[in-house]
Ligand binder design. Structure first.
Ligand code: ADP
Ligand code: MG
Length: 725
């Protein structure tokens, strides 16, 4: 019987002889419920039996992987503390392993078990040992030496946590492959030939039981192509449908308001800004709604572009909304939009005579801080069309907010909003145009996956006259002293400074996480007090953190903007958008705890005026990644470049993020590593859908895409019907 992925997904694991009801529960802990889940539980790595490291050759101080068999294991308990001592051998020499606080190892590492151990080698009482090594069980006695296991042994992820050993997974997967040897291959033959890939059933074998490296490489290549092709078919289709069937507003893109606005700017637009505006104008002027992503580095001037787009909607008699992820940012935007739009006047609509006359352009703000009365008034004005542009936070998404005619939605820092949230705002109009902006660039390959349903515009240049920011990595007290000296000198010269406090909670301190919990607040308050007593004694220092009352936040920001405050000690609330050109120095405490794009975004708070600027990173990184992030920050101020480095450091599997899609992250594909495969899949998806918009000529592929779409936990997949019907 030839089976499809859908059938394999519908077949529960208990259907396999080797899987008991109890095992079913354990597998569920690994997220494995169906036979397909099992086949797509890809090995974390492979152990090649051909090159074993020998225990006798180990050196003290070295990090090494050894494959050995357990000779004996013993548990020692003292009060609550448990220690497991394990002796292993590779047939020639012995090695001691000590596990602290991992009592379960006694059950995992029974005599005869073969496993690989990775850790630092040290000496204890004349014996070589490893403390808390990383363990991958290869198999129990007998199983491990079983000829059928092959030379290259797959090691599966997380097999230590649930009560499932890697060798058991190997058995189940082998059984699954025997039971379902014929897996349908829906790839069109010509596509398969162009891609030069093996068929699907071979690929599932090759990924789990590769005969050699080449075999594994080819198997992986095939499965990665499948993964990307499904995603691209979905995204391209979504885009096509929006382009052809949705009817939106054809805005009047050239007109007095936009012209007046552009003429009023005290600077000339960059080439990137010109390009972006012409892309936007051609979309907004057309009958189909725009869905466009605007990418530009920190400080590249995205706001001006967004405002001009908003005016295109306004001069066409519609309204615009600008959605921002935080109150600080929304307020900042409101202030800059109001300042930019100054005294613009909205002309009376043509043909409506004296009923509506020309009036000053109205920009309003809506956050959770808006008073009930103010909110009521705003609601009425939005409804009446008396407000042209509204800037706000999530508060804009409330169901009772309505517009007279919403023509454009601009979403700043797109990644902080979920699909449902964006949709909630778009649904307040009749297919309004949509412009989404990222705070810092994301790499092209990631954008093709995450934002593949959007048109892309990149602004690669910066406004002229920016002086580059000098980034200095401070690793000891002397270097930190130099940084504080710089703060004092700049403040003496009339400039201002930021001190960014670190992420504290260990559970949120990973790269890219966002702090501002109680611990961050405490550290910011303490740092302010300390600096006021020590290094920055005598300067006006204030603190800004996310837990402050909104009114206090606004008071502090206003005082900083006006220059009353010299030094702002802040948590990551200042990360985005804050625009105080007079600030020229930044100190980032424990900088290695932040993700790279977050650091770049933070650094972008300085270097916004004409003066030279500095960013001092205080960091003594303890991890390889932390070290590389610091090096990258010092080496480059190019956000597009840093985005690539960041992706590489993060392993490239986690690109969607929970908020973005109802889909989980990539199963096998990795970027930038598989960048070429993404581009290839994109091109093929476009070709397929150009020639055959509903894949009618490829029923198997069509059925697979329809099934795949149905597995996404997302509610806005109307276009999936195209493949289903
Ligand atoms: P971002 O792209 O990070 O959102 P902003 O829109 O906040 O950048 O712009 C950063 C600063 O650059 C603002 O103060 C803005 O007024 C200024 N700016 C924007 N465009 C230009 C330009 N073409 N020439 C000079 N300054 C500009
Ligand atoms: Mg911005």
């Amino acid at each position: 019987m030839v089976v499809t992925l859908e059938v394999l997904q519908a077949t529960p694991v208990v259907a396999l002889d080797g899987v008991s009801a109890k095992m079913e529960a354990e597998l569920a802990k690994l997220g494995i419920e169906s036979v397909l889940d099992l086949l797509e539980h890809f090995p974390r790595r492979y152990h090649d039996r051909r090159n074993r490291a020998s225990i006798a050759e180990l050196q003290v101080g070295q990090e090494a992987t050894v494959v050995a068999e357990v000779v004996r294991s013993q548990e020692h308990r003292r009060g609550r503390n448990v220690r497991v001592e394990v002796a292993v051998t590779d047939g020639q020499a012995m090695l001691s392993l000590t596990f602290f606080g991992q009592g379960w190892r006694i059950r995992q590492l029974t005599p005869g078990t073969e496993a690989s151990f990775f850790g630092k080698v040290d000496r204890f009482q004349h014996k070589l040992q490893m403390v808390n090594p990383v363990v991958d069980v290869i198999g129990p006695e007998g199983e491990a030496h079983n000829q059928s296991t092959g030379v290259i042994v797959p090691i599966y992820p997380e097999s230590g946590k649930a009560d499932v050993a890697t060798w058991q997974l190997r058995r189940f997967i082998a059984e699954a492959r025997e039971r379902f040897p014929d897996i349908d291959d829906p790839l069109p033959a010509d596509l398969r030939a162009r891609a030069k890939v093996m068929n699907r059933a071979d690929a599932y074998r090759g990924i789990h039981q590769p005969e050699n490296e080449r075999d594994h490489y080819q198997a992986r290549r095939r499965l990665v192509l499948d993964e990307f092709l499904r995603i691209q078919l979905e995204l391209v289709q979504r885009k096509r449908i929006a382009e052809t069937t949705e009817r939106g507003i054809a805005h009047q893109v050239s007109g007095a308001l936009v012209d007046e606005f552009l003429a009023s700017l005290p600077f000339a637009l960059t080439a990137g800004q010109h390009g972006a505006l012409s892309d936007i104008a051609s979309d907004m002027g057309g009958p189909h709604p725009m869905h466009r992503l605007l990418q530009g580095d920190v400080g590249s001037g995205k706001t001006v572009v967004a405002v001009a787009a908003l005016l295109m909607a306004v001069q066409s008699g519609h309204q615009g909304a600008l959605l921002a992820p935080t109150e600080v940012l929304a307020e900042q935007h409101h202030r800059s939009v109001t300042a930019l739009l100054g005294d613009l006047v909205v002309p009376a609509p043509v043909g409506e005579g004296s009923l509506f006359s020309a009036r000053p352009l109205q920009v309003r703000l809506l956050t959770n801080r808006t008073t009930p009365k103010g909110r009521q008034q705003l609601l009425a004005d939005l409804d009446a069309g008396a407000v042209d542009v509204v800037v706000g936070t999530h508060a804009l998404l409330e169901p009772d907010i309505g517009f007279r005619s919403l023509g454009l939605v601009v979403v700043d820092e797109q990644h902080r909003f979920g699909v449902e949230q964006r949709t909630a705002l778009l649904d307040k109009g009749h297919h309004p145009d949509e412009l989404v902006m990222t705070a810092t660039p994301i790499p092209r390959s990631a954008a093709m996956l995450v934002y593949g349903h959007l048109e892309h515009t990149e602004m690669r240049d910066m406004p002229v006259g920016r002086t580059p920011i000098t980034t200095i990595w401070c690793q000891d007290a002397d270097e930190r002293a130099v940084a504080y000296e710089r703060v004092r000198a700049e403040v003496a010269a009339g400039r201002q400074a930021y001190v960014v406090c670190p992420l504290v909670d260990p559970s949120t301190s990973g790269a890219g996480s966002r702090g501002d919990g109680a611990a961050e607040v405490k550290s910011a308050l303490e740092e302010r007090d300390r600096l006021a007593e020590e290094e920055l004694k005598g300067l006006t220092i204030e603190v800004l953190h996310g837990k402050m009352r909104p009114a206090d936040k606004e008071r502090v920001m206003a005082a900083f903007r006006s220059g009353e405050i010299a030094v702002l000690v802040a948590t990551t609330v200042i990360e985005v958008g804050v625009d105080v050109p007079n600030a020229t120095v930044m100190i980032i405490e424990s900088a290695d705890r932040f993700g790279l794009s977050q650091l770049h975004q933070l650094r972008g708070r300085v270097g916004r005026g004409g003066g030279a600027s500095w960013c001092h990173l205080f960091a003594e990184p303890t991890t390889e990644d932390g070290l590389r992030r610091m090096e990258a920050m010092v080496a480059s101020t190019d956000g597009f470049h840093l985005a690539e480095v960041d992706l590489d450091l993060r392993g490239g599997g986690q690109i969607f993020g929970e908020r973005q899609h109802g889909r989980s992250d990539l199963k096998l594909g990795r970027i930038p590593r598989d960048e070429k495969a993404v581009a290839f899949a994109r091109k093929e998806a476009e070709g397929l859908l150009d020639a055959d918009p509903t894949l009618a000529r490829h029923p198997a592929l069509r059925a697979e895409v329809a099934w795949y779409l149905s597995t996404l936990e997302r509610d806005d997949v109307d276009f999936a019907k195209v493949f289903r019907s």
